[in-house]
Design a protein around this ligand. Structure first.
Ligand SMILES: Nc1nc2c(ncn2[C@@H]2O[C@H](COP(=O)(O)OP(=O)(O)O)[C@@H](O)[C@H]2O)c(=O)[nH]1
Ligand SMILES: [Mg+2]
Length: 263
């Protein structure tokens, strides 16, 4: 099989220079951020704080704000046994508070100016919960209004999309479809309706994301977030980072194959 490790790049060297893929996840409280990170890391464990060199920190060394609610954006976290990812968490847009979003932007600016690749921010996952009937997209996406320094790719994630599936299913049943058929048809219908209503408005923002995905039922055991991983791979323009990211996904072998074929 053609794996990314044999595409001419010494992966052990890449991993030594950049052992962790660093992601900033943005989204208001309850958007589903922690659940996504747990799914990506294949764990249900709570996050563990790490210091700037990536070592796990004891609770006594944590910044007070990090210990309270994990909203110190500078504080890095790992999940489960996964030492190849480090995450930073921001509540981003919350009604009435622009400060947190500004902090996120400043963090992106700062982290993209670091000369060493291992200290840089490699991707942003921007969560927009879709479990409200009328999504205030313009408010939720004010992040995409201003130019972001540093060329860090951003993937927009519409979270809790199962809400839209249920809504579409109810509409199909109301239109005369029987329950099993409606259940099967609902995901495609939900996506179609949502795209017609929101997606051009997202990409009409002055500085839109590179990509977007829908995630659903992330809190349930049988689901996965492979689409998010694929979208993240696709959004990376730096080849060595792309390779590093694919290597973190060693358990998702089908993603390797797809990636290699497209090269
Ligand atoms: N229906 C549904 N609930 C979800 C999903 N993802 C997370 N949740 C639930 O939403 C709540 C908030 O999730 P959490 O990950 O803690 O959000 P955070 O505050 O952004 O970190 C929890 O009760 C999760 O179980 C999803 O895809 N669908
Ligand atoms: Mg959380």
């Amino acid at each position: 099989m053609n794996s990314p490790d044999n595409e001419g790049m010494d992966m052990s060297l890449v991993r030594r220079y950049c052992p962790k893929f660093r992601v900033l996840i943005i989204g208001k409280a309850n958007a589903g951020k922690t659940t996504i990170l747990q799914k990506v890391c294949n764990t249900t464990e709570n996050p563990t704080a790490v210091d700037t060199t990536g070592r796990r920190m004891s609770l006594s060394l944590l910044r007070p704000s990090a210990g309270r609610g994990q909203h110190d954006i500078e504080q890095g976290y790992v999940f489960g046994g996964r030492d190849d990812f480090v995450f930073h968490d921001s509540r981003g847009f919350e009604a009435g508070t622009a400060a947190e979003l500004e902090r996120a932007k400043a963090f992106i600016r700062k982290r993209s100016s670091f000369s060493h690749i291992k200290n840089r921010l490699h991707a942003v996952w921007y969560c927009i919960p879709s479990d409200t009937p009328r999504l205030l997209l313009e408010d939720e996406t004010s992040f995409f209004e201003e130019c972001r320094k540093g060329n860090v790719p951003v993937v927009a994630i519409f979270t809790k999309f199962d809400y839209r599936h249920k809504e579409a299913m109810a509409q199909l049943i109301e239109g005369g479809m029987d329950r099993p058929a409606a259940r099967l048809a609902a995901p495609a219908r939900a996506k179609e309706d949502f795209e017609a209503k929101y997606i051009s408005r997202l990409y009409n923002r002055p500085y839109p994301p590179q990509n977007h995905v829908y995630v659903y039922d992330m809190h349930l055991p049988m689901t996965n977030c492979d689409q998010l991983i694929r979208a993240t791979v696709d959004s990376l323009s730096d080849l060595s980072l792309k390779q590093l990211f694919v290597s973190t996904q060693r358990n998702r072998i089908h993603l390797y194959v797809g990636y290699s074929i497209e090269q």
